[in-house]
Unconditional design. Sequence first.
Length: 322
Amino acid sequence: MISFALKRFASALLVMFSISVLVFLIFFATPGVDPAARIAGRNADPATLAQVRHSFGLDRPLPIRYLLMMRHLLIDRDLESFVNRGSRVIPQIVQAMPVTLSLVVGAAVIWMTVGILMGTAAATLRGTAVDPLIMLVGVVGVSLPAYWLGEVVNLVTQKQLHDSVFSWVPPPGYVDLTGDPGQWALHLLFPWLTLALLYAGIYARLLRGEVVTALNEDYVRTARAKGLSERRILVRHALRCSLIPIVSLFGLDFGALVGGAALLTEVVFGLPGIGKLTFDALQNLDLPVIMGTVLYAAFFVVLANALVDILYARLDPRARHA
């Protein structure tokens, strides 16, 4: 098991290296892309452009430029933004991380709880009118775009019904957890619900199918023959086995969202997280910040994949030889 884990993490490091090289080549070696022109500004003369290229090492061979970029980003941690001069990339990412983590962790607790309850209820009540109703609610939640749903929530809570029903809802933004936990939760309540709604339906549908399949397995029939109650069979046998693919999917979704996939939710609700930082960097073509946020996102996605593979290998030894 330890050997498998070491091989999986070594593979993850190779993937991270490949991603860093690919991103560097896309933004710094694509024909027609000139970072020096972005730094020097419009109408810069050739002498100024040459000076900027020399100052930032942009006139050196590509391998040297890549190594310098990685050293400034990961070792010296002094890589600066091309747009906001003097603003370092790593501190911006570190400052945005707690916002994204707060959003994703809170939403994950909600969607996992709601998804498991909905999926289990639908599987238990299959064949009744409740089953398709629960699945319909899940489909509606999955079908709603995050930006549209967020805008509707803001319209209702901040304008239409703010003075009467939602006067307790604060304006969009973020309050630090250590400063005021109550306001922190209040500012994140509707972003949590918006993001959770998009995932709860997916998990409910997946879990329902897994539980229904498990309830028809031979070991469940054996448990019934032994006289175990349906509740115990559901919780101790069918649900427990059905949660394995749910946990795997959760690991991948959580890693992607922490990496910045909650961009639309952060932008709509004015949360200065990783997604918002990436969005602003793309708007301004701020290449160092884009490089930093992409590697940050890749780290969490690759790490989540590695942990999911290790978890699978722990649960099913056959996966270690796959």
